[in-house]
Design a protein around this ligand. Structure first.
Ligand code: COA
Length: 172
């Protein structure tokens, strides 16, 4: 049987990204979710008051990112991506675990996201992270005319939030 990497044993540094990371974040996102956003968008989001960009480092490289947006007591995951060579090692889990307490500290009660219905890895990841499906948007993705699944995590009832507080990823 293949031995699975133990996420708690993998030491990713997750931290709030600086605008100086914009180009590398843009390249990482374009590889994982083409066409991705231009560096200018990451630069603006890193400086924005109602958004948080987190980056996960593996050694000297940025290997994962998550972008959260907040409005009143609701938040949204605008983007989540990890480098292909680094998947299934707990990197996205580390990003979520860092992001949830930040969202909670901003007064967020519910966190939403949209994911293409054919994106099985992402849907499996979000389900494992405690999100559940609350709706659909037809033809949400212009190019593929694909349906978006809307998922939600209720932070106040979230075991994942409790785990994030109990076992936060290392900050760099
Ligand atoms: C979805 C994504 C962010 C997951 O990143 P990751 O770093 O591999 O995730 P983790 O290692 O933290 O995975 C945690 C759990 O999620 C689930 N999961 C993750 N990838 C999966 C896959 N390909 N198939 C099935 N389940 C998967 C598993 O339950 C996994 O736990 P396990 O490895 O112990 O079985 C990554 O595949 C990615 O960047 N995809 C391309 C971009 C994308 O689709 N982003 C989301 C857009 S909404």
């Amino acid at each position: 049987m293949r031995e699975k990497p133990n996420e708690s044993a993998v030491d990713f540094g997750v931290s709030i990204a600086d605008a100086a990371s914009a180009l590398r974040l843009s390249k990482l996102q374009a590889a994982a979710l083409p066409p991705g956003w231009p560096p200018e968008t990451f630069e603006a989001y890193c400086k924005s008051h109602n958004r948080v960009v987190l980056e996960a480092r593996a050694g000297a490289h940025i290997a994962g990112l998550i972008v959260l947006q907040f409005a009143a007591d609701e938040g949204e995951i605008l983007s989540l991506a990890t480098a292909e060579s680094m998947r299934r090692k707990g990197l996205a889990t580390a990003l979520i675990r860092k992001g949830l307490p930040i969202a909670k500290s901003r007064g967020i009660q519910r966190l939403y996201l949209e994911v293409a219905e054919g994106n099985a890895p992402a849907i499996a990841f979000y389900r494992k992270s405690g999100f559940h499906e609350v709706g659909q948007r037809k033809n949400y993705y212009d190019l593929q005319a694909a349906t978006a699944i809307i998922m939600r995590l209720d932070l106040s009832a979230s075991k994942e939030f409790a785990a994030a507080v109990d076992h936060p990823p290392r900050s760099t």
